[in-house]
Design a protein around this ligand. Structure first.
Ligand code: PAF
Length: 279
């Protein structure tokens, strides 16, 4: 298991990927602090091509000034070891200056699926994500790019972005990787104290109960309200949303029938967790 080489500039990334193009290239964009969820993205990429590039870049433009950009875990050496184990071809780990040189003045703004939910609480977020993901996809020109369903709204925003800008990449959705108690894997779980971690583990049980109630005929508004109250009862401090939405558009729905998605965001102390499930 040799360590994957790290390239830090767009020029070197393109040079390294050029000879691999005939068998296709997959890109796994990440912010590092890799866990088994990220490795499942790499594994899904490996099913398509031997040539898998993983980008590791804590993207400043998707954090608001009061958010955790400076404290976000940066663990490049252990990430590299994990990626060696997963047989990754190369790591793209640019400095902020490479992605946002002096005078940088472009923002990619997706509407549609970016409206509401996360945007109501993190209005800067999707502009930052869309801008960096567009840059990464243009830099690497992958045939496939892998994204976790954990960030479901982000996945739909990136699909829209890739279609609208004709980026010629297939956006592949990978199911959520969960801990034994059902907590969705996330780099931010590392912030949780042991007692907070216990509370966090109950989130998915509440979501499953909301879905069971919907399936038994409870009204959507009532089931969402039950979910928000039950999440607070488990010990979460605030609930940003518990929302049942159309699975394709994220539009609010008033009746069951079409594929839907239950999406949740809630906070324990300073840690904000999101999760979602198919309905
Ligand atoms: O999901 C993430 O880790 C990030 O939002 C992404 C897609 C790598 C963009 O910075």
């Amino acid at each position: 298991m040799s360590s994957p080489p790290i390239v830090t500039t767009v020029t070197d990334l393109r040079r390294a990927l050029e000879p691999l193009r005939k068998d296709g290239v997959a890109l796994v964009p990440t912010m590092g602090a890799l866990h088994d969820g990220h490795l499942s993205l790499v594994a899904a990429a490996k099913q398509r091509t031997p040539n898998v590039a993983v980008s590791i870049f804590v993207n400043p433009t998707q954090f608001a000034p009061h958010e955790d950009f400076y404290s976000y875990p940066r663990t490049l050496e252990s990430d590299r070891e994990k990626l060696a184990g997963a047989n990754t071809t190369l790591i793209f780990a640019p400095a902020a200056r490479e992605m946002y040189p002096d005078g940088f003045a472009t923002t990619v703004c997706v509407k549609g699926p970016a409206n509401g939910l996360e945007t109501d609480f993190r209005p800067h977020f999707f502009d930052g994500v869309a801008t960096i993901v567009a840059k990464l996809l243009i830099a690497a020109k992958p045939d496939w790019a892998m994204f976790g369903e954990k960030d479901y709204q982000q996945l739909l925003v990136i699909r829209r972005l890739a279609r609208d800008l004709d980026l010629g990449v297939e956006i592949v959705a990978v199911p959520i990787a969960r801990e034994e108690d059902g907590l969705a894997m996330s780099s931010r779980n590392a912030y949780l104290s042991p007692s907070e971690r216990k509370i966090a583990g109950q989130l998915n049980a509440v979501m499953r109960e909301v879905i069971a109630r919907l399936q038994r005929g409870t009204g959507i508004v009532e089931a969402e309200a039950f979910g928000a109250a039950a999440i607070k009862d488990t010990g979460f401090d605030t609930v940003d949303y518990v929302a049942l939405r159309d699975a394709q558009t994220l539009d609010p729905i008033t009746a069951m029938g079409k594929p839907a998605r239950l999406l949740v965001a809630a906070r324990i102390c300073k840690t904000r967790l999101i999760d979602n499930m198919a309905v």
